[in-house]
Design a protein around this ligand. Structure first.
Ligand SMILES: [Mg+2]
Length: 191
């Protein structure tokens, strides 16, 4: 039994960290006043940044943000429990080299530092369906609808991890917490 798991906003709270760091960046680097519209959909709209500022911010800070993103509550215990019960744990991340020197190393170091057990890591993926098929993934967990859609269309079971942007998505079984993942696996896969 093999479980494929996304990184950002599935196992770690990347978006929350982006907002905190964008607020700091606006005040400290750009001489701004920080968040202008807390209800905006996306962080660069929250900051009221012009086109192009997001790229500059990511070039300067994305590596630091991903390196320092907090692990989600329960993630370590649930994943390690499943690993210890014999499940293969494959991390499959879209993280690219565009703003990060070495996405594989960054991801591996973060997982090791946070004490998360795993079988294998993929970074710089496309839709993730190729990695899921290659690894014989039975269950795939991601917060991004498009990845769930592609992997699901290959006949693989998916769970959509709730994030700030996917509340309206109804096509996939949704989980809000890592304990719900454990319940689902125990119920459906006898884990
Ligand atoms: Mg994600």
């Amino acid at each position: 039994m093999t479980i494929g798991i996304d990184m950002d906003d599935t196992i770690c709270s990347t978006n929350e960290r982006i907002i905190v760091e964008a607020d700091k960046y606006d005040k400290e680097v750009l001489g701004g006043t920080g968040i202008k519209d807390i209800n905006a959909y996306e962080f660069s709209e929250m900051m009221g940044w012009p086109e192009g500022m997001k790229g500059q911010f990511f070039s300067d800070r994305l590596e630091y943000i991903m390196d320092n993103a907090e692990i989600k509550p329960g993630a370590k215990d649930v994943i390690n429990t499943l690993y210890d019960r014999g499940f293969n744990i494959i991390f499959i991340s879209f993280r690219k080299g565009k703003y990060i020197k070495d996405p594989y190393k960054l991801t591996k170091n973060w997982l090791d530092r946070n004490g998360v057990k795993y079988t294998k890591i993929y970074v710089d993926t496309g839709s993730k369906v190729d990695e899921c098929i290659k690894e014989g993934v039975n269950l795939f967990i991601d917060d991004k609808e498009s990845h769930c859609e592609d992997v699901s269309s290959a006949g693989i079971d998916v769970l959509l991890f709730t994030n700030a942007y996917n509340h309206d998505e109804k096509r996939f079984r949704r989980v809000d917490t890592w304990n719900e993942v454990l319940d689902y696996v125990e119920e459906k896969y006898n884990g």
